[in-house]
Design a binder for this molecule. Structure first.
Ligand SMILES: [Zn+2]
Ligand SMILES: [Zn+2]
Length: 96
C-alpha cells in the first residue's frame, strides 16, 4: 500500500496523509537537535526541512557527514511531502 510511513529509526508507523505523519513526528518522537546550529526541531520531515532551508548543502554535509546519496534521499522526501501538503508546514517551533 502507498502510505506515509514514519522513517524515524524503526518506527515504521503508516499514516494516511503527510499532515498526520508530521503531527506524529512532532508529538511522538523526542525531537532533533540540528547539528549545524543547535536548534531544537521536530524529528523527521521538519528536521530535514529545517536543515535544507536554513543551511546550505555544504553545511549539512559537514555537520552530518552526509554523502550525495543521503542528500538526494532527503531532497526527495521534501519534494514528496511538500507536493502532497495542502498548506506548507512551518518549521519553527515554540521552544526557542
Ligand atoms: Zn514515528
Ligand atoms: Zn539548524
Amino acid at each position: 500500500m502507498i502510505g506515509w510511513e514514519c522513517a524515524i529509526d524503526d518506527c515504521g508507523v503508516d499514516f494516511g496523509s503527510p499532515e498526520e505523519l508530521i503531527a506524529h513526528q512532532e508529538t511522538e518522537h523526542a525531537g532533533h537537535e540540528c547539528r549545524v546550529c543547535g536548534k531544537r526541531v521536530a524529528d523527521g520531515y521538519l528536521a530535514i526541512s529545517h536543515a535544507f532551508s536554513e543551511h546550505t548543502r555544504a553545511e549539512y554535509v559537514r555537520a552530518y557527514d552526509a554523502n550525495a546519496k543521503a542528500i538526494r534521499v532527503r531532497e526527495e522526501v521534501l519534494r514528496t511531502v511538500e507536493s502532497a501538503l495542502d498548506e506548507p508546514v512551518s518549521v519553527t517551533n515554540e521552544t526557542e
